[in-house]
Design a protein around this ligand. Structure first.
Ligand SMILES: Cc1ncc(COP(=O)(O)O)c(C=O)c1O
Length: 437
């Protein structure tokens, strides 16, 4: 074969390889649009990424209130790391262990990591439950842990019951997986917000409940992660804690797909074994969350916005039902678009979480600093005031640059009749009490 013919053939092969790669290569699951990313929840993130707020470099940018990060205690972690340089294998004090840790570790994880996590899980539950290190199975964050437990428990056609409103990415994560439809009579309890409880009533873990009642423990599995409690989502530390030996064994085998890096395990083994640090962290985190929650929700109250009463977590539900032009999810999305485009706040509309009632918006309150909270409150205040101005008969426009408006009739109803519209009303209005069937 002459050179030109060879080249022609090579080009043909290249072209056909290219076509296969770009056209038919993706699986049905990858292309079925079940990733759920075309939703306001993710659109809000994109709007933030395009134009992120910065106090000096971009003060008109979008403020990120859609990401449930816990950033209030990073100073405590930073202090601990500075004081314990040997806990990291990338410091002069710790580098002697670099080789051992960087080499292959088995799927069980470092024994000291499992021990430290088991102890931390107990402490995080106020010492009212104990956990065995040998039942700790690793996953890549709660997301990976969820996937792992689904793999272990579910057959095609099975289903999970998830109370709504639920984590928006559940629409993406479980649907992406082929064994997504899952099942059985098992109880899979997600307990990843345990140390974020900042007010009574206290959190009761399923691990405490089963201490006091007779039940089949083989059916109980707890999903835990350090993303929320420690504010370390980037570390991807997820845990499946199952009382069922078969699930632990199967999970251990599957965990090879989502192991926690041994470097992370090593650092956390040391940090979480430091009881003084852990006790202080848990107490301080709860105090700071309480303070932030109070400042934020009181600030909103002053401009006539109520929030659903809550005692834990990194977000609250803001009640904007009175600002909807129509009490529908279309109305909710229209309001959300104004908030994101004009007020430049990335809050998430309830429909992204399968709320059953339009007008509720999720606000993450622990991922910004105090000054940004004040900027947020000012923007919301201006938004509410502008809405009232727009509806006055004289239509005075004090702030031409704010183009937001809503019906003052609805506003007055919301502010003047809190009894009717209070999110704490005993009438089953709350999006938090409705289960989806
Ligand atoms: C209920 C729930 N599950 C999972 C996650 C993701 O957690 P991780 O980063 O540990 O995967 C979140 C985060 O917001 C969540 O709220």
């Amino acid at each position: 074969m002459g050179k030109p013919i060879k080249r022609k053939l090579a080009r043909k092969i290249n072209i056909s390889l290219f076509l296969t790669t770009t056209m038919g290569i993706l699986s049905k699951i990858a292309t079925n649009d079940g990733h759920g990313e075309n939703t306001p929840y993710f659109d809000g993130w994109k709007a933030f990424n395009r134009n992120p707020f910065h106090p000096t470099q971009n003060p008109e940018g979008v403020i990120q209130l859609g990401l449930a990060e816990n950033q209030l205690c990073f100073d405590l972690i930073k202090n601990w790391i500075t004081k314990n340089p040997e806990a990291s294998i990338c410091t002069p004090e710790g580098v002697e262990d670099f080789k051992d840790i960087a080499n292959f570790q088995d799927y069980h994880g470092l024994p000291e990591f499992r021990q430290a996590v088991a102890k931390f899980m107990g402490k995080a539950r106020g010492g009212r439950a104990t956990f065995e290190p040998d039942r700790i199975v690793m996953g890549g964050g709660a997301t990976g842990a969820n996937e792992l437990i689904m793999f272990c428990l579910a057959d095609p056609g099975d289903a999970f019951l998830v109370p709504s409103p639920y984590y928006a990415a559940f629409n993406r994560d479980p649907r992406m997986a082929h064994w997504s439809k899952t099942s059985s009579s098992s109880l899979r309890q997600l307990e990843q917000f345990r140390t974020t409880v900042f007010k009574s009533p206290k959190f009761v873990s399923v691990a405490e409940v089963i201490e006091e009642m007779d039940c089949n423990r083989d059916l109980i599995h707890i999903i835990y992660s350090l993303s929320k409690d420690m504010g370390l989502p980037g570390f991807r530390v997820g845990i499946v804690y199952s009382y069922n030996d078969a699930v632990v064994n199967c999970g251990r085998k599957m965990s090879s797909f989502g192991l926690v890096s041994s470097q992370t395990q090593y650092l956390l083994a040391s940090m979480l074994s430091d009881e003084e640090f852990v006790d202080n962290f848990i107490a301080e985190s709860s105090k700071r969350l309480a303070k932030r929650h109070h400042t934020f929700t009181k600030g909103l109250e002053q401009v006539g916005i109520n929030c659903l009463k809550s005692n834990a977590g990194l977000f609250f539900w803001m009640d904007l039902r009175h600002l909807l032009k129509e009490q529908t999810f279309e109305g909710e999305i229209a309001l959300w678009r104004k908030i994101i485009n004009d007020v430049k706040l990335n809050v998430s509309p309830g429909c992204a979480f399968e709320c059953k009632e339009p007008g509720w918006f999720r606000v993450c309150f622990a991922n910004i600093d105090d000054d940004t909270v004040q900027v947020t409150l000012k923007r919301i205040g201006a938004f509410v005031r502008q809405g009232k101005e727009d509806e006055k008969p004289t239509k005075k426009r004090w702030q031409q640059n704010l183009r937001l408006s809503f019906s003052s009739r609805m506003y007055e109803q919301g502010v003047m009749s809190p009894h009717m519209l209070s999110p704490h009303s005993p009438i089953p209005q709350s999006p938090l009490v409705r289960a989806r069937t």
